[in-house]
Design a protein around this ligand. Structure first.
Ligand SMILES: Cc1cc2nc3c(=O)[nH]c(=O)nc-3n(C[C@H](O)[C@H](O)[C@H](O)COP(=O)(O)OP(=O)(O)OC[C@H]3O[C@@H](n4cnc5c(N)ncnc54)[C@H](O)[C@@H]3O)c2cc1C
Length: 247
């Protein structure tokens, strides 16, 4: 669906026109990697990547998004208003931008899996400590199976998340493509962390619904991990295609 165009000029430079919504650290970054269509007839093979200095004329940082979570991370749109780029702003080869983006996304998805796993560990820690301190019917709520079974599920999924996360990271570190494993790691971690945060809120009862105890923030922060770097639906598309392509 990309519409941002980079038109090559006679002197080899480019003029970029278009926009991109939802850019993490826009307005803060010194440099941006911008993807744009250099050859509209070639589909994904007509996309190129450019390294853009934040001070480039024509690069406009749009309004800040007022987000549900991850509120300590700034997010803005970017507009490219006839932004002029020198020929050497091109990253790698013309027409290879999509390939570079996909390779970058594999690493990004492993990072998302790591973020979710960390959020899950934090949520479980809060829930565990609370369940040992809070008493109901004469004993710590941790002693009720209804509570300890939630902690057991959290622990099981966190261990699985860590295994898959490190497996994907180890494969990436060899230099091999790891698209399926990276997508699986992110899908597993982001999905189960949302449930873990909900269960942690439940263990804290009414206090879980309060900002004071921090678990509601973990839920809001993790929701992004089900959306950014490819939604969980798109991850299933990628994993499903990889499964069908396997011999
Ligand atoms: C806080 C935040 C920070 C971000 N930072 C960056 C950034 O730094 N750089 C960057 O490039 N992007 C960034 N993004 C963008 C992010 O990667 C996209 O929002 C995300 O990939 C989803 O794309 P979309 O918003 O266009 O949703 P859409 O593609 O419009 O999807 C809408 C819904 O339709 C579903 N859907 C779409 N296609 C299919 C399909 N084929 N099968 C099934 N379901 C489908 C999706 O899963 C989703 O549920 C950021 C987003 C957020 C929210």
């Amino acid at each position: 669906g990309m519409r941002t165009r980079a038109k090559k000029q006679a002197d080899g430079s480019y003029v970029v026109k278009g926009s991109k919504a939802w850019i993490t650290n826009a307005g803060i970054a010194d440099y941006y990697v911008v993807m744009a269509i250099t050859d509209p007839d070639k589909g994904a093979k007509g996309i190129s990547a450019f390294l853009v200095d934040a001070g480039t004329p024509g690069l406009i940082v749009d309004k800040e998004e007022d987000k549900m979570g991850m509120r300590s991370s700034d997010t803005h749109g970017l507009t490219f208003d006839d932004m002029k780029l020198p020929a050497d702003a091109l990253l790698g080869e013309e027409g290879k931008g999509f390939v570079y983006a996909m390779e970058g996304l594999d690493g990004g998805r492993i990072s998302c899996a790591a973020i979710s796993t960390g959020i899950a560990e934090h949520a479980m820690q809060i829930a565990k400590e609370y369940s040992l301190q809070c008493t109901a019917f004469g004993k710590p709520i941790a002693k009720f199976q209804g509570v300890s079974f939630k902690l057991a599920n959290m622990s099981m999924y966190i261990d699985a998340m860590n295994l898959m996360l490190y497996d994907a990271a180890a494969l990436k570190a060899t230099g091999a493509r790891c698209s399926k494993l990276a997508a699986e790691a992110k899908l597993l971690a982001s999905t189960h962390t949302t449930q873990i945060c909900l269960d942690a809120i439940q263990i804290l009862g009414g206090n879980g619904y309060s900002k004071e105890y921090n678990v509601e923030r973990l839920l809001r922060d993790n929701k992004l991990m089900e959306i950014g770097e490819g939604t969980n639906e798109i991850l299933r598309v990628i994993i499903g295609s990889a499964v069908l392509a396997e011999k």
